[in-house]
Ligand binder design. Structure first.
Ligand code: SF4
Length: 99
């Protein structure tokens, strides 16, 4: 009897080469991953600054594709925060199911 596959075994193997050109290289990680006790206004300001970095990033699309296709729950990836990526995942799923 075969053993059930783990979820991670079903995910595509990640390719991290795009990170070499990331605009966030050398930036403080705290800009992209805020502390738990962060207030809402602090979070908004931090995310706005992170998204400014992402806006000029040459690998933004690869970054977002990575974060949307994997369970990257936290942080700003590809110019989107957690909630925005959840919406993006749903949008992509709907598009895929409609095709
Ligand atoms: S899109 Fe943003 S988080 Fe992703 S690699 Fe570029 S700067 Fe970093």
């Amino acid at each position: 009897m075969s053993r059930p596959r783990r979820r991670s075994a079903l995910l595509p193997t990640p390719s991290w080469g795009w990170q070499d050109a990331a605009a966030c290289r050398g930036e403080d990680l705290a800009l992209f991953f805020g502390p738990e006790e962060e207030s809402w206004p602090q979070r908004e300001m931090r995310e706005r600054r992170a998204k400014q970095v992402c806006a000029g990033c040459p690998v933004r699309v690869s970054c977002l594709d990575h974060a949307v296709s994997r369970p990257e729950k936290y942080g700003t990836w590809g110019g989107q925060n957690e909630d925005e990526r959840t919406s993006e995942r749903r949008r992509r799923l709907r598009r895929a199911n409609a095709a």
